[in-house]
Write a protein that binds this ligand. Sequence first.
Ligand SMILES: Cc1cc2nc3c(=O)[nH]c(=O)nc-3n(C[C@H](O)[C@H](O)[C@H](O)COP(=O)(O)OP(=O)(O)OC[C@H]3O[C@@H](n4cnc5c(N)ncnc54)[C@H](O)[C@@H]3O)c2cc1C
Length: 470
Amino acid sequence: MAERRSRIVVVGAGISGLAFAFALSQRSSRHDVFVLEGSARAGGNLRTTRKNGFLIDHAGDSWVAAKPAATELSRALGLGDRLVETLPQNRRVYVAQRDGSLVALPDGLILGLPTRVRPLLRTPLLSWRGKLRALLEPLLPIGFGRDPKTGDDEALDAWITRRFGREVEEALAGPLLGGLYTGEVSDLSMLATVPQLAALEKRGGVFFAGRKMSPKGGAVRSSPFIGLAGGIGELVDTLTARLGDRVRYGAHVLRISRREGGREGGREGGGYEVGIDGSEPIAADQVVVTGPAHAAATLLRPHSEPLADELASIVYGSSCTVFLAFPRDAIAHPLDATGYIVPASARTSAMSALASTWVTSKWAGRAPSGMVLLRFFFGSAAMDGDDASLIALARAEAKRVLHVEAAPIVDFVSRFVRASPQPRVGHPAKMARIRELLRGHPGLHLLGSAYDGVGISDCVRQANQLAASL
Ligand SMILES: Cc1cc2nc3c(=O)[nH]c(=O)nc-3n(C[C@H](O)[C@H](O)[C@H](O)COP(=O)(O)OP(=O)(O)OC[C@H]3O[C@@H](n4cnc5c(N)ncnc54)[C@H](O)[C@@H]3O)c2cc1C
């Protein structure tokens, strides 16, 4: 007798849903997998637009090189020769000061933490007192300064401060790590964001253990990020091309109901029924819910109130990106970095830019010859305004820091509402509760940036793990 094929329905065609469907289709021919996407396009947060010869990655433009899942996926898709590294001559980051000037971050930082003595001693970003405090790190016992009342997890700022001192937290690591999560380091979970640092503390301190991982001054440094020559959209387009009609667009999932017994739509004895806006429900043996945890909470509430409450309480940040393009000669600055971050102490208002990427200094081939493309990040406080006011804010920032007087030849705005999960202190314990609650609902799965790492490569790794487990 022929083996019955099992049908797996994926909610959402962001990178999590697409990578899962591709991994499953590669691993097993016993499953039929369908991806239901509510909007008219795949990719979710990942999107690339071409405008007047400029290549614009709306949000993420790359993944962390040290997390290989997205690189491996790209290779499996035949995109190996499309993988690109950041331009080697510009692999530095500036920190904006309150007066608009830029100071380079010192060499040898790991996630914003110093691991080399000489660059640390030379940086003007710390006082002598701050430098000496940072140099004490390798001498501090494990758990030094730790509040005995804290549980296993602790806030990122508390950890950085007790190991490296307040100045390193405020001037180096805090702005860098906070920027990565569109959040405040005072709220973020140490264990959920940078568990490798907690592990290094236990192995004799971060300073010397970390330096093995950090670049040596003067040597050619490997690229910290990997992107694609045609922008991040190339990954999405290739995945959707490979999945073909297994991806359905305009299929917004309204509900997922449990089917008890019976035999419907070829599904025997249980499974789920996935209700789609404006069309017939689809029977599924298993359902993989991707996308933001707040959206998953809505779909899973009828199954478990406690599970939905846990999901809904994962905090999300909103942000937007504004792109401005100028002729190269409109900017005197050498633009010899991937961009700059703006620590809280350098922000002049709640609507100040949080960071800027100099896209054409970071990547080759993103603009017509003689042009530069700049990207400015803003937080939720700036997002109440319309596009024109956001462009005005970005132009004011370009003038303040780079002294650009010219009008941009291209502008472009992209908004990401409640799109960036911010794993708070206690996130690992929350995840343990979520996994336990999910155990009561066999065949229901969660994937996405809210759970076990927020980046593109984290999503791909989790998608691969789930596909392997099925
Ligand atoms: C501004 C910004 C910058 C970023 N930069 C980087 C970076 O440089 N590097 C990096 O690694 N990561 C970056 N990230 C994080 C990265 O983009 C995310 O980790 C990743 O895109 C999450 O993918 P996902 O598939 O889990 O979710 P999403 O991208 O949110 O996709 C979910 C999809 O599900 C669909 N959907 C939701 N609900 C339903 C429903 N009920 N029915 C049907 N469809 C539904 C949505 O329409 C969407 O297409 C950035 C994120 C943001 C917001």
